[in-house]
Write a protein that binds this ligand. Sequence first.
Ligand code: ADP
Ligand code: MG
Length: 690
Amino acid sequence: MTTKQPPTALEKMGLNSPMALALHLPSRYEDETELFSIEDALSQGRFASVQTQGIVIRNQVLFRPRRQLLVTIEDDTAVLQLRFLNFYPSQQKQMAVGVHVRVRGDVREGFQGAEMVHPTVRAVTPDAPLPSSLTPVYPASAGISQTIIRKAVTQALREPSLKESLAEFLPTKLLAQLLPSHDWPNLQAAITYLHQPPADADTRALLERTHPAWRRVQFEELLAQQISLKRAHSIRRQRRAPSFAKTQSKTGSKIEDGLLKVLPFKLTGAQERVWAEIGGDLSNTFPMNRLLQGDVGSGKTVVAALAAARVMDHGYQAAVMAPTEILAEQHYLKMKEWFEPLGIKVAWLYGSLKAKEKRLAQEIIENGTAQLIIGTHALIQESVSFYKLGLAVIDEQHRFGVRQRLEIQQRVGSELFYCHQLMMSATPIPRTLAMTYYADLDVSVIDELPPGRKPIVTKVVKATRRDEVIGGLRDWLSKGLQAYWVCPLIEESEVLQLQTAVESFEQLTTALPDFKVGLVHGRLKSDEKAAVMAAFKANEIQLLVATTVIEVGVDVPNAALMVIEHAERFGYAQIHQLRGRVGRGSADSVCILMYAEPLSMAAKERLQTLRETSDGFVIAERDLSLRGPGELLGAKQSGDAMLRFVDLQRDAWLIELAQQVAERLLVDHADLVERHLERWLGSRTEFLKA
Ligand code: ADP
Ligand code: MG
């Protein structure tokens, strides 16, 4: 009979195979290769950990100020105290008087002279050999000791099977061609080196992960990522999707042509170009996977509408999904305005819709009465089945979490038939991310704003000048213009955030008696929110006080002034998005960033950058370097993401190399590709599809 063993602490950390252990690389090292006399240790150990040894001459448990173990050792040169505030009886025994111990720690000045607090201690003979390599310190979860991990890793490195798993299988010729100037060890040598670096290793390069051994490992990791992305790309091309070419007959493209006619403007050159790219994708027999990138206000919505029109002309449904109800609703209103005159039924579905309306919406989606469906992620979460979905548009796709994106992927594709996907984002993806996490995306960029837009003037103002700002606001509104007042983000408490919004609202209502002030915040019901937004749009409200619910998509051209309170609490992307709400009409647009002191260095730099540039790409790059890719990718994904050893900022140059090698391997050495992926990814490939 076999009983199932509970997982060991190592297994819980995912360290369940020689390969997993081999790839569990140290985060730093301790140098036990050097041994100092106690006298030398006393001077050297003030700056870093040192190792020394001696004979225990005293061992006592003190009770003042609290229970502790005090051990004194000596050699020919000096004495040293060892102090343990927590200790086991076994430790007390281990350091019995007369025992020779080797200890390692920092030296500090204690009450009774120089001492080490909680040094590592081993009982050894005075001539016990020193290790020839640095001692690795591994990332570990609580309750698992370094000794256990070290032992397991050392054992794993000796496993015969590991030799094969780490074998070099990149063709020598390829390596020689592509890595001519890189003095990189092979993978097995690199990994062994990183676990057991020799005493004279360049510890700085090891710590900074720029050592050739690290480079080799990072390269292999990137290679795995590039291969799996390229494979995802070719798998997508093997899938089938309905093909939506521009219909030729006069009656065929009724909706597409009709939309172009009802639009109150002409497409910009950039919109024409991206629409041609998207239209081309739609006519393919494999699913589109395209990102439409364009700064806030660049006019992405109409391009999405054209794509939807094309699909509907073929008798298929199109769905548009947005991350918030407000944004989804904006799309709904706009699409209704454009499409209803053309006889299209637009459905609208979101989480907090009343049960009865929800059922009705689901019904017309399912029986095909609704040709265009707008909604939040309720579209995938609720039990919605589409009659014949041909296109899914996902607005602000980066604001959906990785799980949600995965869900979307699973919902829009069946084994037989996949629908086309168009993602839209105002946050440019920095190049390094585009080449890694998003490499299976085709990208179209709208790099031109609709005509007549004026650049936004951004001012940075101290909060102490609030009265002055309100005075300026009064002048502004007197000209018949409208404005936004954005209340501070309070991440810790929604209640507090609401409270400050209400306070600002009351203060502004009193200060500006000649104007109507409105308030919109996250706690309002959807129809209440909609009513306020509609009143603002109709200029019945001149000043809109808002929490960050207006962050994306809101579009009121007459509102060209925005005041942001406590701007120092907002991130780059948030302010850039918020600011994009103004600058939509022909009036001069102004954004006032009010900040309260004291200002952190990071906040100062952020506000300065935002004042100097409104270039979304510059801002996104700054953002990435500040926060790392995790947040740009979505909530807490970096831990799940597959790049463990690569830092996209530091190692950007390696990506290109890996990309080239991946291409060559896929063409010439398909057999090696599988092995490489298995080696690196195991079960984690799912995440790459999101
Ligand atoms: P975003 O890219 O931020 O989603 P929108 O699609 O909301 O931008 O467009 C912003 C505004 O610009 C909308 O009012 C839209 O009607 C308008 N717009 C879009 N394209 C053009 C164009 N070619 N000419 C004039 N106005 C346009
Ligand atoms: Mg938009």
